[in-house]
Every structure is written in C-alpha cells, then in structure tokens.
Design a protein. Structure first.
Length: 317
C-alpha cells in the first residue's frame, strides 16, 4: 500500500478581492442560505447554506484546463469538511471596506456567526487542564484544527446523485421522524447537481467565443455534465470530472483509495485518453493542497488490489 502525501500551497486559488460580485448572495452565499432557511434546525440550515453556495458563488473555467471546477475563494462564513461552520472575521472586515453598500449586512453576519463558529465553540469548551496539555504540546488542541474528510467517492461514482437520492429515500422509510436530516441530505445532492449544471452552461457559453481547439475541450466538459453528477460516469474522463467537482466542493482534502474507486472507469476507457486525463488531474493535485492519496493495498481478505491505474499513477507521479 502506497500513500502519496503532497502538500503544495495553492497557486490557482482566486483572491477574494479579485472576484466581481453582483449581489450580496454572491459575496457570502453560505451565510445567506443559512440565515434564509425556512426551518431553524441547524443541520438543515447548513444544507440550505450549501445549496445557496452552489447557486450563487461566481464560477470561472480555468483556461486550457481539462476539467471544470476550481479551488473556490475564501468566504467570510462557510461550511468546510474539517471545520464545520467557519468564520473568518478579518475577511468580513475586508469585505466591509471593499463593499460599503453591503456593510450593514456584513456586520450583521459577523455578529450572528461568530458565536456559531465551530472551532470557537470547541476551543471554549476545553478545560484548563486540556489547555495546559495543548500548550505543552502533549496533545493537539482540536479547537484550533478541525480535521479531515474522506467521503465515499466510490458510492458517489457508482450511484450518481440520483442513485444516492434513492438510497436516501430508502433509509428515510427505515427511520421515521428523521425527515429534516434526510431533507438536508437531498439539498446537499441538489447543490452538487446545480454546480454541474452551472459549469455546463458556462462551458457552452465560452465555447461559442473560443478557438476550435479550446471549443473542443469546452464542449467535452459540457457533454460530460449532461450525464454527471446525476448518473454514474460513462468513462474515465467523466469519472475524473465528477470526482474533481465533488473534491473541490468538499474543500480539497484526501482523495483516499483513488485507484480502487476510479479503476473500473479507467479500464473501460481509451488508453491514450485515460493517461492524458490522469496527467491533467495529477497536475491539479500538484497545484492544490491535495494529500493522502492511497494506491494498491489489499481487501479485507488479504487479496492484492493493485490494478493498472495503480501502476500508471506511479509512472505519472
């Protein structure tokens, strides 16, 4: 079993000051969705924030990049894989100065969300003994670092968001009284679909004014998003695009056992094209803060799970 640990400072992350916004929802989409949720349940509000994020965050397509999606810009308030609700007061103060027309709303968001900041809540719950141990480097102060996430990308790729909706509905029937939780899960799936649809439309729009070579790239992205993320990918290109969309939406963290859940799509794709896709995705890994990609290993019975993608990852790396 081989682990790749790659830690690069992002060189393609959009600066918040360079993003043009046309509405307050584009400036702080998660906060707007959270506060405007029709129900007060915290988890449901978080899902509404994610949906608003997907609906309103300004998107762009990186020039000549094989895949759509990018490292999203920092927000004053957001929900991340490791931090829960994350509040960055300094960024909110910067936005107040940059967008004086939204100053009152931004101050209200700042005052509302600071008490909800997950790291702050954890940090304030520590006992003095725990604080002393953390200061002595005996343990990690979890209030200062949220952790990591390794979603089940295999399930997402095998089922698509439509299949996950079916799975969600089946479990809803088995767990009566939990409708808000399952409604929130559906909103999260809707958010992923909305991002895909927006990237499809953006690719088609840009294809109309692009040179022939770039038009081919953009139309391929648009065609992929007619199928994904709603349905399982039809080839390795679509699998990479679907993975990259979810990976970015999750905040750029651990790919996990990449060769295992991507292997079936790799096997049914053209050899030349799949290598080009792998190289393009690996370049994106290097441009972002991507780590903890695992290849090979064994299953629960000790069977060697090495596949062709395992070897080609080694060559590419």
């Amino acid at each position: 079993m081989v682990y790749f640990y790659q830690k690069y400072e992002p060189d393609s992350k959009p600066e918040r000051t360079s993003v043009m916004v046309h509405s307050f929802a584009e400036l702080e989409p998660f906060a707007v969705g959270f506060l405007n949720a029709p129900i007060g349940d915290r988890e449901y509000r978080i899902a509404c924030g994610m949906l608003s994020y997907a609906q309103h965050l300004p998107l762009h397509l990186k020039e000549h990049c094989t895949f759509a999606c990018h490292v999203f810009p920092e927000l004053g308030v957001n929900y991340t894989y490791g931090d829960g609700i994350k509040v960055t007061p300094a960024l909110l103060e910067q936005e107040i100065l940059q967008y004086p027309e939204y100053a009152e709303e931004l101050r209200s968001i700042r005052d509302t969300f600071i008490p909800l900041d997950t790291r702050r809540m954890i940090s304030e719950s520590l006992t003095q003994t725990q604080r002393d141990l953390a200061a002595a480097k005996v343990c990690i102060p979890m209030g200062d670092w949220g952790g990591h996430a390794n979603p089940d990308y295999n399930m997402l790729l095998q089922l698509g968001t439509n299949g996950l909706r079916d799975k969600n509905n089946a479990f809803r029937k088995q767990n009566p009284g939990k409708d808000l939780f399952y409604d929130a899960l559906i909103l999260a799936l809707d958010a992923l679909d909305i991002l895909g649809a927006r990237y499809r439309n953006l690719a088609l729009e840009k294809a109309e004014i692009s040179d022939p070579e770039d038009r081919t790239r953009l139309l391929r992205i648009a065609e992929a998003f007619t199928n994904i993320p709603m349905n399982p990918p039809r080839n390795f290109f679509e699998a990479c695009q679907m993975f990259w969309l979810a990976f970015c939406f999750n905040g750029i963290d651990s790919p996990g056992r990449f060769d295992q859940f991507m292997g079936p799509f790799y096997d049914n794709s053209d050899e030349t094209d799949r290598l080009l896709c792998l190289e393009a995705l690996w370049q994106l890994f290097q441009e972002t803060r991507t780590w903890n990609l695992c290849i090979s290993g064994s299953d629960e019975n000790g069977k060697d799970m090495t596949n062709q993608l395992s070897y080609d990852i080694l060559k590419t790396a």
